[in-house]
Design a protein around this ligand. Structure first.
Ligand SMILES: [Zn+2]
Length: 675
């Protein structure tokens, strides 16, 4: 059989900083020209095609051009490209703000809506949803406000976007380090230490520990000397203190905007378009969950504190009866390991990066009925980045093409410091009816190989990688007419559900056996280790989840506040009251809390909220046979394919065959199905 040729060429990543800015400006100008044409229509000329469709196509085209340009800032090694990309993003944000405030365009949309109704024209459900969403977004953007207020709103939104870009830039470009001597790093595994940069100062050898999760995580979780953990943790919490006033500004601007739009708080405005619908609904949900978890968390804390006391007495470290934030990772790891006698460093030896990555890809191909073909010699933004063409499993010609995805997995300087997926180009139906195929990228910071060992992953990182790949396929397998409904554009408190559901695969014996291969013996995990991994899910579930609730509550409360509050104090106080962890001093750890910026704001609760749906989908459909391609096909068709072109609740009911409920979630959280 001849090689399949994708009907759409892979992207070219050879832009200069000048290209990035020029292309961005051209894309903006082209979109603006379409808006101008729409705005100039006489009311009688406003139809679905002349208004809604024209703008939808222009939007899709613009996204396809600027998507890659905005992405460089996260992955490029060139400061000039990153700067140009950040500037491009800023230009687009400014433009989007202006564009969302165009009264003349909104009037044309209203006229078109009226004409469609009066003509009796029947739109497809997706077209009707487009009309409804566009009109409701116009109202939420303030287009019903009097002129002066509308202008004020436009100015506030611009300032808000700029402050958000500044916040993210400060986090991404943070390059702080703390240096320790070898003695101070006692307890940290040798392979981690050999990966640290070393320098000599005053005849003494010092190791540089960065705040990247790979470095910070291992020292915070392993360093035996309490002072080492305290010094590192405090420096970590303080690493982007420069963002404290930036966040205050963001919150102040959001308050002003909410007030102008007639909402009591920003949180009310933000939740109106979510599945949950109100800020009060979020608060009730979190409080309920916290109450269920607190007794379990207190039990965990007592056990962890007893471990601390014992170690302090044995080794002569001071003990004041407190569990500090800087102690948590160190002792909770011990707690988990002792409860299960499971050594996470030993477990890591079974998860070499190369094996995990290739098996993850195999599983997704089998489950979803796909095949991936690596594009050889493709031009990318960095030699570490690889690109795959995705096809239907039995594709025989270009009609079986699905799209492309990129993987860029290893840490490097100035790269986005966590694991995440970017939708680079949306899928949609072009003007001539042909399809524009989606492109997405996963960026991660898996560990690097050391001189002694290949790159190895913790089980947690295996799960994270599997989760993020789930987002890739939400992006690739959605098939909507309009780009604005493509892929992960679903309501924020549903968006994580598909990937959270897929995390369950990383606790299935069959999958764990396949996913593991000891880096020396090449043997998979034995049944005892598999069993321990599965049980690990239910150990420390109280304290772990209370910490997550702390973040969700912080995110909610800063956005429910009606006036300026001391965020540093709130951050530390919530940690103490909900997470049950004491602070040594008030430090602005929230200034590195990226979730609060951009689209995730007032959204952290969504991780739990969508977990309710994730657990339900898994238990109801997949649990009996998680690798069954027929179930995978059903999941593709009912959950991934519609993107946001349908109401999320309808999709869930369609997939489950009934209304979703939280039974499976509660069982999963407390391990009742495992007890
Ligand atoms: Zn996710």
């Amino acid at each position: 059989m001849a090689a399949l040729i994708p009907p759409q060429a892979p992207l070219q990543w050879n832009h200069t900083p000048e290209d990035i800015l020029r292309l961005t400006k051209e894309a903006i100008a082209e979109y603006r020209a379409v808006e101008d044409r729409v705005a100039a229509l006489a009311p009688a000329e406003c139809t679905f095609e002349s208004v809604f469709l024209a703008l939808a196509l222009a939007y899709a085209k613009r996204q396809s051009i600027v998507g890659p340009l905005e992405f460089y800032q996260n992955v490029s090694t060139s400061q000039a490209l990153r700067d140009a990309s950040t500037e491009a993003e800023s230009l687009i944000r400014d433009f989007r703000t202006d564009s969302s405030m165009r009264l003349d365009v909104f009037r044309a949309q209203q006229a078109a809506q009226k004409n469609i109704k009066e003509s009796g024209k029947i739109l497809s459900p997706e077209e009707q949803r487009l009309v409804d969403k566009v009109i409701s977004n116009g109202a939420r953007a303030g287009l019903a406000l009097p002129d002066a207020e509308r202008e004020k709103l436009s100015e506030l939104k611009k300032q808000l976007e700029q402050a958000c870009v500044e916040f993210s830039k400060n986090v991404n470009e943070e390059k702080g380090i703390v240096t320790f001597s070898l003695e101070e790093l006692k307890g940290v595994p040798q392979d981690a230490i050999s990966g640290f940069k070393k320098r000599t100062e005053g005849g003494k050898e010092l190791y540089e520990v960065t705040f990247k999760m790979t470095d910070f995580g291992v020292v915070n979780g392993r360093a035996e000397i309490p002072e080492t953990r305290r010094v590192l943790y405090e420096a970590f919490e303080n690493r982007v203190a420069v963002n404290v006033p930036v966040l205050d500004k963001v919150l102040d601007l959001r308050r002003q905007i909410a007030t102008l739009l007639g909402y009591e708080t920003w949180a009310d405005y933000a939740t109106e378009v979510k599945l949950v619908k109100t800020a009060q609904g979020v608060e009730n949900f979190l409080n309920d969950l916290q109450q269920r978890l607190r007794p379990i968390g207190l039990k965990d804390r007592a056990a962890i504190l007893a471990l601390k006391q014992k170690e302090c007495e044995e080794k002569g470290y001071p003990f004041d009866g407190e569990l500090y934030a800087h102690d948590y990772n160190y002792y909770s790891r011990q707690y988990v390991e002792q409860s299960l006698s499971l050594d996470s460093e030993l477990l890591k030896q079974y998860f070499p990066v190369s094996h995990v990555v290739s098996v993850t890809m195999e599983i997704y191909q089998e489950l979803l009925g796909l095949k991936f073909v690596e594009v050889d010699g493709a031009n990318t933004w960095h030699p570490d980045a690889r690109v795959f063409a995705v096809w239907e499993k039995d594709a025989t010609d270009e009609s079986g093409f699905v799209g492309y995805y990129y993987i860029d997995l290893y840490p490097r300087e100035s790269k986005f410091p966590h694991a995440a997926v970017w939708p680079i180009i949306p899928g949609y139906e072009k003007e001539d009816g042909a399809r524009n195929y989606p492109v997405a990228a996963i960026v991660a910071n898996l560990s690097k190989p050391t001189p002694d060992k290949p790159a190895l992953m913790k089980h947690f990182d295996v799960k994270t990688f599997f989760h993020e790949m789930g987002h890739i396929f939400h992006e690739l397998l959605s098939r909507t007419k309009f780009a604005r409904f493509h892929g992960t554009t679903v309501a924020g408190d549903f968006m994580e559900a598909p990937s959270q559901m897929l995390e369950n695969w990383c606790f299935e014996p069959k999958v764990l056996t396949r996913m593991s291969s000891h880096y020396e013996t090449k043997k998979p995990l034995d049944t005892e280790l598999v069993d321990k991994v599965i049980r690990s899910r239910y150990v420390n579930v109280g304290m772990f989840n209370l910490r997550q609730i702390t973040y969700a509550m912080f995110d909610l409360q800063v956005h429910m506040a009606k006036e300026h509050i001391d965020c540093t104090k709130l951050w530390c106080d919530l940690r103490e009251s909900i997470s049950l962890l004491k602070s040594t001093k008030y430090l602005p750890g929230h200034a590195g809390f990226q979730h609060i910026i951009g689209d995730y704001n007032v959204g952290y609760y969504g991780y739990f909220y969508s977990d309710v749906f994730a657990a339900d989908m898994y238990a109801t459909v997949f649990k009996d046979d998680p690798l069954d391609p027929a179930r995978g096909r059903q999941y593709r068709e009912k959950i991934l394919l519609p993107g946001s072109s349908k109401d999320e609740m309808d999709m869930l009911q369609d997939f489950l065959g009934r209304e979703p409920n939280s039974e499976a979630f509660v069982k999963q959280l407390f391990g009742m199905d495992n007890a």
